[in-house]
Write a protein that binds this ligand. Structure first.
Ligand SMILES: Nc1ncnc2c1ncn2[C@@H]1O[C@H](COP(=O)(O)OP(=O)(O)OP(=O)(O)O)[C@@H](O)[C@H]1O
Ligand SMILES: [Mg+2]
Length: 252
């Protein structure tokens, strides 16, 4: 029997889509991991903006930064058009405000609290017809869940409810610079359908940003390390060459 190709959700970041055979499998939950300043928020935003430009409805759930500030940063990208906000193609929600509205004020979330949060996110995604979602960061939510089994359950349920809506999701995962894992608790990376790792590499006095696709279920992809550049035109990828030289092209 011939294999059926999975429907793809192009990230809109050309170099990344080349690695991913056209994009992420639609409905997948991807962990976007990296230490501070490696470009997680920027990559998540570009993923949403490129989708919104293609007519999709997208949602950014911000836990760590006020969305007002994120929109201001977004304005520095040449490809961003404020019309996308006015037309609700890209919607920002501050998770601390959502928590407050849901009455989730206790520091440690109970299983009932977690279920309420998941239901509220999936109801929002369903009513707004969201096709791409970024949660920045899932680590901050996991800090309030604390226990591995509950975190496993949270990510499984959240991923399933969004996948049922054909929503492709990026969960931003904050890790230390020398971490041997891709997530704070280790379970997040096992549950996610994919892991994209962003990092820093010191080379010849320059601190390069790197990107590596660690896993994406149902996809044959390169696991090579790429150098990324954050430019006003978006994220550009170039092969990471031995010795730290960079190829100027935006290709594999
Ligand atoms: N419009 C832009 N043009 C060029 N570079 C930019 C632009 N916006 C952000 N950057 C670069 O991206 C870097 C930060 O990226 P970003 O905020 O996406 O990282 P992060 O991994 O989300 O960081 P954190 O861990 O603090 O949340 C900045 O230090 C800056 O160098
Ligand atoms: Mg960030």
């Amino acid at each position: 029997m011939a294999a059926t190709a999975l429907e793809r959700c192009p990230t809109g970041i050309e170099g990344l889509d080349n690695i991913l055979d056209g994009g992420l499998p639609r409905g997948n939950t991807i962990l976007l991991s990296g230490s501070c300043g490696t470009g997680k928020t920027t990559l998540g935003l570009e993923f949403l903006v490129r989708g919104a430009m293609a007519g999709e409805r997208t949602l950014f759930l911000s836990v760590t930064e006020a969305s007002q500030k994120i929109v201001e940063n977004l304005s520095t990208f040449e490809f961003f058009d404020h019309k996308l906000l006015e037309e609700n193609k890209i919607i920002f929600i501050d998770v601390p405000i959502l928590f407050e509205k849901l009455g989730l004020s206790k520091e440690e979330l109970t299983p009932e609290d977690i279920d309420l949060f998941i239901t509220s996110v999936s109801n929002l995604a369903a009513s707004l017809k969201i096709q791409r979602l970024v949660l920045d960061s899932v680590t901050s939510v996991c800090f309030r869940i604390r226990h591995e089994e509950k975190i496993r359950d949270f990510i499984l349920k959240l991923g399933k409810s969004l996948s049922d809506l054909s929503c492709t999701t990026m969960l931003v995962s904050e890790i230390g610079p020398q971490s041997s894992r891709y997530s704070q608790y280790g379970v997040e990376e096992a549950i996610a359908d994919g892991v994209i790792l962003l990092g820093n590499v010191q080379r010849q006095g320059d601190l390069l940003r790197t990107l590596q696709v660690i896993k994406v279920r149902g996809t044959t992809h390169s696991r090579a390390q790429y150098v990324i550049e954050i430019t006003p035109l978006g994220i550009l990828l170039a092969p990471f060459l031995k010795g730290g030289r960079r190829d100027g092209g935006n290709h594999e």
